[in-house]
Design a protein around this ligand. Structure first.
Ligand code: ADP
Length: 490
């Protein structure tokens, strides 16, 4: 169902799509529409109509609704977490974590309702006041991926809303129910009709219609780099603001002086958490030669022990891939890695033992003796595949890390403060972790990447407000006479 102008409805004539559990394709969660352009237009019109009143609603009042939505999600956390796991496959502790992130984001965005600070600054002329306000940009189209199916809609929508924008959300076609559950929390929290609208559908049909709709001021997109580029192109043509959060090829460096136990634990979590399907997942491991063999031995031992299974089963550490297409894509990359001459240490196959055959599982896969120019070391795979490269020391490690088209997250494990700080300075990425894995963002810090990982914007943190607001600069002259600025009085 879609949610438009405060009402849930099924668009006339829309094709029916099915949401299935990726751990067991027989398990159907529900059906949802592939909404056509006319339905997108209805949602945009509803959001446009609701915009003037929402913009004038005092920000602390807007924040109250956001806070209530957070409380509703907190009350429902167990059920929502299970829904996330059932619809996108990640283990239950990660599903619950996804919901917690949305709750945290509600707390952060609601607090912003009593800040949204502008600036005051002295004027160059006497008896004159200069100040700035943040103003909403208008109707925002939000396009979200499936891997954080409640958290990412929350990241985008709650900041957009507290700033006074109205929104049209199009969740990923793999996780429509999670998108709907998030919108339901806002509905129950009392969001006025038309302020939040939900249109379900595929990227090709509904997503495209949203991006090209002339009634939107902004598109905030999270997904693949390739799709993101097309979205930005279309937004450029129609003059919309656009914020892109795209792919990554994140690397972890292990120097010889690192705590190897921690470094290996971090690499395993970074690479195989969410089955490697995070934009911040570790897919490259860069290891100093003095510890290379030791790291490989321990990594292999521990990777083999990871428990693959349905996310709802207790003890599961690695869940399925999101769908068959994505599983095939990852298997193709594994075949490519072998062809390129990398050494497959473990995994590399679809896991089909017993009930696993009903889902899209791939065994955690390790490649050693990888060289930096191999495609498996350069291209985003988005699956449980980790490629290990040997380097001589810190400077080569940083060079190899940077020699990549992406720049989202990164990590270095070392006990040496000088090496750590040099890496922090030299690594080309939006996020650097020291002695932590490449995954694990916190909502009150800016999130985003450089190079092909984005287009210069950040989400979350205070920086997350920037895309959703325009600055208004106000000059008040209380001198009682014409004072001329931009005039050379000397
Ligand atoms: P992923 O590989 O993670 O599925 P996509 O970039 O394909 O990444 O999808 C991310 C989001 O973008 C999804 O909501 C999807 O429906 C949407 N999408 C895909 N193609 C388009 C498009 N051409 N225009 C707008 N949105 C799209």
């Amino acid at each position: 169902m879609n949610f438009i102008g405060g009402k849930w409805s099924w668009p006339a004539g829309a094709a029916k799509l099915t949401s299935r559990n990726p751990a067991d394709s027989r398990d159907v969660l529900g059906v949802f529409p592939d909404s056509p352009a006319g339905e997108v237009d209805r949602a945009v019109q509803a959001a446009r109509q609701a915009f003037p009143a929402w913009k004038r609603c005092p920000a602390p009042e807007r924040a109250k609704i956001i806070r209530r939505a957070g409380e509703i999600m907190a009350r429902r956390k167990a059920a929502l977490g299970a829904l996330v796991t059932r619809e996108c496959g990640k283990p239950l502790i990660e599903g619950l974590g996804d919901v917690q992130e949305a709750i945290d984001m509600a707390e952060l965005a609601a607090g912003e309702g009593r800040r949204l600070y502008g600036q005051t600054t002295p004027s160059e002329l006497p008896n004159k006041l200069c100040l700035t306000f943040r103003e909403p940009v208008g109707v925002c189209g939000l396009i979200t991926p499936w891997n954080f199916p409640i958290a990412i809609p929350a990241w985008k929508a709650l900041h957009a809303l507290v700033c006074g924008n109205t929104v049209v959300l199009k969740p990923a076609e793999d996780t429509p129910l999670c998108g709907a559950a998030f919108v339901k929390a806002l509905e129950e929290a009392g969001i006025p009709a038309g302020v939040v609208n939900l249109v379900q559908g595929t990227g090709e049909r509904t997503g495209r219609a949203l991006v090209s709709h002339p009634g939107l001021a902004l598109i905030s997109f999270t997904g693949s780099t390739e799709t993101g580029r097309g979205v930005a192109e279309s937004c450029g043509r129609s003059g919309k603001r656009v914020s892109l959060e795209c792919g990554g090829k994140n690397a972890q460096i292990i120097l010889a002086d690192a705590r190897l136990d921690l470094a290996i634990e971090g690499a395993l979590w970074g690479a195989f958490g969410t089955a490697g399907q995070r934009c911040t997942a570790t897919s490259r491991l860069i290891v100093e030669e003095a510890v290379y063999e030791r790291v490989l031995t321990r990594l292999l031992r521990q990777a083999r022990r990871l428990r693959l299974g349905p996310g709802l089963k207790k003890g599961t550490q690695v869940g399925p891939l999101i769908n068959e297409r994505q599983m095939t894509r990852v298997l193709d990359y594994i075949a490519l890695g072998k062809k390129e001459g990398a050494r497959l240490l473990c995994g590399g196959r679809r896991a089909q033992r017993g009930p696993l055959a009903r889902g899209w599982f791939i065994e955690p896969t390790l490649f050693a003796h990888v060289t930096p120019r191999m495609r498996i070391f350069q291209e985003e795979i988005f699956g449980p595949v980790l490629s290990v490269v040997k380097v001589a020391g810190l400077s080569e490690a940083v060079r190899v890390l940077n020699d990549c088209p992406y720049g989202l997250s990164s990590s270095i494990y070392t006990q040496d403060v000088n090496s750590a700080l040099a890496a922090v300075r030299d690594i080309e990425a939006g996020i650097v972790y020291v002695n932590g894995p490449t995954i694990g963002a916190e909502v009150h810090l800016p999130f985003g990447g450089v190079k092909q990982s984005g287009n210069g914007h950040r989400e979350a943190g205070k920086a997350g407000l920037d895309i959703f607001t325009e600055w208004k600069t106000v000059y008040v002259d209380y001198s009682g006479k014409l004072q001329r600025a931009q005039i050379d009085n000397s």
